[in-house]
Ligand binder design. Sequence first.
Ligand code: R2B
Ligand code: URA
Length: 302
Amino acid sequence: MSNRNNEEESSQSSTYVNNPHLKDMEEDVLYHLNLATSTHDLHEMFGDVKFVCVGGSPQRMKSFSEYIAGELGLADAEYPNICGGTDRYAMYKTGPVLSVSHGIGIPSMSVMLHELNKLLYHARCTDITMIRMGTSGGIGLEPGTVVVTKQAVDSRFQPRFKQTVLGKSVVWSTELDSELAEELLQYSKELPEFNTIIGNTMCTMDFYEGQARMDGSFCSFTEEDKKKYLDEAHTAGVRNIEMESSVFAAMCKRGNIPAAVVCVTLLDRLKGDQITCSPDVLHNYEKRPQGLVGLYIKKHEK
Ligand code: R2B
Ligand code: URA
């Protein structure tokens, strides 16, 4: 297994991408975003983007873009889905804010981020900050609590993202921008309607057994095993569990992009597995990370 500490990549001055082959390509087709360098002037379309916000669901990213349009005084225009030609991902641009959906899980996030990072590179964007807003299961937290991720950890509670390349395991660091996380935590004090904490986020490959749930179609462990594992996670500083933070952190670090993860908890995993909150409560919870990230953008947007 090769253990890369990213020195090789972070020593490069280019940001967003680090691929010597890109410059030899006549055209770059961002297939899953339905964009291409030959058919779209990416600099013209995206050159002024400063904040890239990503989240799992296309509908949530649409409502975030509408919310941010209101916050930035840009609500009098229409903002169509830029990736309307495909139903893989959705993308909305409101002023300097790009809102993009990433689907569920590491592979879906990874594919989207490869193409998004190339988009930022082709568009010659500068000073980008990237934030994932999402949902998660909490550990020992009141449902509705927002967790700003300190470290994105794997299912052994290590801050690493393992990937298979050419049949071999490669490990990437999942370090996030600690100043950005601290700043988000400070701004959360202006939103007293809900609790925000900082803690480690465990990223898993599955929602059910992979997150120690006993309500999937299969279950290969006992209640005691589950309790022991979640207790160990809590002792390791894990406060919430979701499915994309590790690859998100690793790919932002490889692209030299300051990044943060802000997720609301939908339930306390020490008390259950099923998500039983009403659609109204769920909707209210889902807006919490958006409110905090919106506040951050408003404070930084000139
Ligand atoms: C949180 O919620 C989704 C699973 O329900 C997944 O995308 C995640 O990370
Ligand atoms: N998303 C997850 O990945 N896990 C949960 O428990 C809730 C939302």
